[in-house]
Design a protein around this ligand. Structure first.
Ligand code: MG
Length: 439
């Protein structure tokens, strides 16, 4: 299987994790636990699983608040474990489950972490939204799981840490994010000949608008993505292009390449999901209909390639495919990831956390669309000034623990440090937004 892997430890590509062991490939049905099963990724994953029912056994499902939907999924797939936000949600869920079915119901962050490391799970799909996905990804990595990773924030916040854990526990990362999955497919066995990774971006609903025009757009307009149907946070991130900024950081950590070897191309049709430029000038692209089931099937069934259930792409009907340079004047988000990655001193955490807080304020109607990035930039600036004496110091130093219990302890300490910076960055955004409205 190593021959299909995108390149390990090489000078051109140094992928974040080793490939899964040979024995894992032969285990069918695959037992799967899903963190965030009621969101758009979770639902699409269950559609792929249902299509290949003989190949999967669902052993865990979880949600944050959509308990009715979780109850429906649980009644259908009958996993022995479920995880929810707290005791009140757990009680509500119990009342909704069919008689004769009594799964274990886990609660809170510890519950999600336990679901992520269930001994019987062969695969964990990390699909929670935003920074809440971090603890599940870390728990699965510490348990040495094969992780289908849809939560990009886990990598943006703690890419170095996830890489270190994978090295120690042999945990595996399969990238679900469509761009990174496209690159993963293009790089199969050819990592060390790759010159550039080219991420495509649809440009979002406001492609072509000037900075002035963007100042007055509404949340409803921003939520209306032209090619993808997604959750609220990622829809706004796509409209500001912050999603692409986070994806630059994600590619940086997943593939171990410098940000100068990651390019962005605006491609409004969302047919080409990303490309790799090789040393000989060849450009390999992965193309498919904009439907997350393709990337999910690639990861969930890896290395087998079978129908995902997504509509097939008919290039004779796809129309013209166009590619444009990104407008960093109107959409400054793209420059922020490169800035964040140049320091490694926690700026990625500040960028991601400040963005989540600013998006929340925008969705609540407290700030304007262009305020989102202004607030993120201000938080990053404040952090850089406060840490001007240690710009190159890595936020997560290499792990030193010898055994697994000590490793868990060390990871929890680093996770707590990330969480503190995350909360501090959010507070900075709330305070400066409040200051603006008071003026
Ligand atoms: Mg993506």
């Amino acid at each position: 299987m190593a021959e299909l892997w995108p390149g390990l430890g090489g000078p051109k590509i140094s992928y974040i994790s080793p490939p899964p062991p040979e024995a894992w490939r032969r285990v069918w049905p695959r037992a799967i636990a899903i963190l965030g099963s009621t969101g758009s990724i979770g639902r699409n994953a269950l559609a792929v699983i249902e299509k290949h029912a003989e190949k999967f056994k669902v052993v865990g499902l979880s949600c944050a608040g959509n308990v009715e939907h979780l109850a429906g999924q649980a009644a259908c797939f009958r996993p022995p474990c479920l995880a929810v936000l707290d005791g009140a949600v757990a009680q509500k869920l119990k009342n909704l489950l069919p008689s004769g079915y009594a799964p274990r119901i886990l609660e809170g962050p510890e519950g999600y972490a336990e679901l992520a490391s269930l001994p019987q799970a062969d695969v964990v799909l990390s699909a929670q939204s935003g920074w809440t996905g971090l603890s599940g990804t870390l728990a699965a990595a510490l348990a040495g799981k094969v992780i289908c990773l849809a939560n990009k924030e886990s990598i943006v916040l703690a890419g170095d840490l996830v890489r270190e854990i994978c090295r120690r526990t042999q945990a595996v990362i399969l990238p679900v994010d469509s761009e990174h999955n496209a690159i993963f497919q293009c790089l199969a066995g050819r990592g060390q000949e790759a010159a550039y990774l080219v991420l495509t971006a649809s440009g979002g609903p406001f492609f072509g608008k000037s900075r002035e025009e963007l100042a007055t757009v509404t949340a409803e307009q921003a939520m209306h993505h032209p090619t993808w149907r997604m959750g609220a946070k990622i829809s706004i991130d796509s409209a500001t292009l912050m999603n692409k900024s986070l994806e630059i950081a994600e590619a940086f950590h997943l593939y171990g390449v410098s940000s100068s070897r990651i390019r962005v191309l605006i491609h409004p049709q969302s047919i080409v999901h990303s490309l790799v430029e090789f040393d000989d000038g060849s450009l390999l692209a992965q193309m498919s209909a904009p439907d997350m089931r393709t990337a999910l099937a690639n990861c969930l069934l890896w290395p087998i390639c079978e129908s995902s259930g997504a509509p097939l792409l008919d290039l004779t009907r796809a129309g013209q495919l166009t590619f444009h340079k990104a407008d960093t004047e109107a959409f400054p988000a793209l420059t922020l990831a490169r800035l964040a990655l140049s320091g490694r001193g926690g700026l990625s955490v500040v960028m991601s956390a400040a963005n989540e807080a600013a998006v929340e304020l925008f969705l609540q109607g407290h700030v304007s669309f262009t305020d989102i990035l202004r607030l993120v930039e201000a938080a990053m600036q404040a952090h850089s000034e406060a840490h001007a004496d240690s710009p190159g110091k890595p936020f997560c130093p290499p792990l030193t623990a010898a055994g697994l219990p000590e490793l868990r302890e060390e990871v929890h300490t680093l996770q707590a440090r990330i969480t503190r910076l995350d909360r501090h960055s959010r507070r900075m955004v709330y305070q400066s937004a409040k200051g603006d409205t008071c003026k």
